[in-house]
Design a protein around this ligand. Structure first.
Ligand code: ADP
Length: 474
């Protein structure tokens, strides 16, 4: 089975969030099951120098405004096709925005080009290779189904995975020509979305199969509360939608082998990692739990609720250590909060520090207003760092709440709260304190968490089955 994954980011080469973790881990996870997944990536300035043995397999005289070359290459264990198009991707900053944090105004064209090349490879092949399945991720790959239709490659099957429906890639209809779209398909059955052009809508309508990253988020997407205006489309396409839970890279996230931390494989030894973290951050010893957060700082993540309930956490002897960046208002509010000696905040992006935080914390807080899957609560599980999560999306699917029954049966792995309000988080933190002060219960919770399977094997099989079903259907 040959699959081309079309992605705007892919770890460890280029990452802004969980999307990259998934597109980076899936090819390796699928290998054993007879699926070869190659990944089509834009040749960002940071990506091109990392390529090993690049071989040019295709040239485009005019790829959305300039010449481009498609390279076959390897990097960091990934089997890649990379679009070298300096006019689109040879810029500083992250995949979507410049150093000033503002999105590039030509993002619709930049990722239309990614989708167009994906469809081109699926229809015509590249370097003598052609996939049976074209698997795109999020809005950046949405137009692939439109272009594939234009190329007339009816034998290729398409899958679109929704990692976050909040980003739709919507743009103005005056760009239809520039985006190389068929103007006759600007209608509700095509890529039109409330009078605008939407890459995500195009893919949602056109793909043979849709997946999203947890079963609960698949359900939620069909509701007005979470569907971001696309809930009607999701309800229409319910028959082809499945929720496949993300896994984590359990080799990279393994407390017994992690080179970034003081290693442990028993929760009793976790105290060394905690002491090291407290020393690193200048936090004193404390009676209550050390709570950690590793997160983008956006409204979605509910971090304002943490600020609101912080006095309650501190009053019970708890501590807070935060790593994240994003919304300037939230960044500043956390900086202010760090004046308290029991609060430490680091604004920025730091892989190694994120490992030390998750290893050293007693609990990890993920109070998201919505969360398609979420990865950090799974890192928490693997490290015996008890997740305290909102009851939504993938957080609901990965954490078994410490109800009296679940504790009695020995299956509880964390704490869930609903609704996503400061009041409910406050109660969850009180519950956390109670559990933490009961050492037997606490260590049982940690052991259950660490024993929970959070790797890729089950989900990789689900993707492999999906590809097989699609291609056998013919
Ligand atoms: P999202 O994709 O919505 O940002 P996820 O929980 O799915 O949320 O994935 C976030 C990923 O990014 C995780 O791997 C997390 O560890 C990582 N991450 C987020 N913020 C930071 C940061 N400031 N430093 C290091 N890693 C981070």
């Amino acid at each position: 089975m040959q699959v081309l994954s079309v992605a705007s980011e892919c770890a460890p080469l280029v990452k802004t969030g969980g999307l990259a973790d998934v597109t980076g881990a899936l090819p390796g996870a699928l290998k054993g099951g007879g699926v070869r997944m190659r990944t089509l990536l834009p040749g960002y300035a940071a990506v091109m120098p990392a390529l090993q043995d690049p071989v040019a397999v295709e040239h485009f005289d005019d790829l959305f405004g300039g010449p481009a070359t498609l390279f076959e290459a390897h990097a960091k264990g990934l089997d890649l096709l990379v679009i070298d198009a300096p006019h689109l991707y040879g810029r500083p900053g992250n995949p979507y925005s410049g150093p000033d944090g503002r999105d590039w105004p030509d993002n619709p064209e930049r990722f239309a080009a990614l989708s167009w090349v994906g469809a081109h490879v699926a229809a015509h092949g590249a370097g003598g290779w052609r996939p049976q399945v074209l698997h795109g991720h999020d809005w950046q790959a949405g137009f692939m189904t439109e272009y594939l239709r234009g190329f007339g490659a009816g034998d290729v099957r398409t899958v679109l995975t929704i990692h976050n429906i909040a980003f739709t890639g919507a743009t103005d209809r005056t760009r239809i020509d520039a985006l190389r779209l068929d103007p006759w398909r600007f209608h509700p059955e095509g890529y039109e979305f409330y009078g605008a052009v939407s890459a995500l809508k195009a893919g949602l309508m056109g793909a043979d199969a849709l997946t999203t990253v947890s079963p609960s988020y698949a359900e939620e997407l069909m509701t007005p509360e979470f569907g971001m205006g696309l809930d009607g489309v999701m309800r229409r396409r319910q028959g082809v939608l499945t929720g496949i839970l993300n896994g984590i890279d359990d080799a990279m996230w393994n407390p017994a082998t992690d080179p970034a931390i003081i290693r442990y494989d028993d929760p009793a030894d976790k105290r060394h990692a905690k002491a090291a973290l407290q020393t690193e951050l200048g936090l004193p010893q404390a009676a209550g739990p050390l709570c950690v957060i590793v997160s983008r700082m956006t409204h979605q993540k509910g971090l304002d609720l943490v600020l609101e309930t912080l006095p309650d956490l501190l009053a019970q002897g708890g501590q807070l250590a935060v790593l994240g960046s994003g919304d300037p208002g939230l960044e500043e509010a956390f900086r202010q909060a760090a004046r308290d000696p029991n609060v430490a905040v680091r604004i920025g992006y730091d892989e190694a520090f994120s490992h030390r935080l998750i290893a050293g914390g007693d609990a990890i807080l993920v109070p998201s207003r919505f969360e398609p899957c979420g990865l950090t609560q799974m890192y928490g599980l693997r490290y015996g760092t008890v997740p305290v999560v909102a009851l939504t999306g993938g957080l609901a699917d990965t954490v078994i709440p410490a109800s009296p029954a679940a504790l009695a049966q020995g299956v509880a792995t964390g704490i869930q709260f609903a609704p996503v309000t400061a009041g409910a988080l406050r109660s969850a933190l009180a519950r956390l304190g109670t559990l933490y002060r009961d050492p037997d219960t606490w260590s049982r919770l940690q052991r259950n968490a660490m024993a929970q399977p959070v790797g890729w094997s089950r989900s990789a099989q689900a993707y492999a089955d999906l590809y097989a079903t699609l291609t056998h259907r013919g």
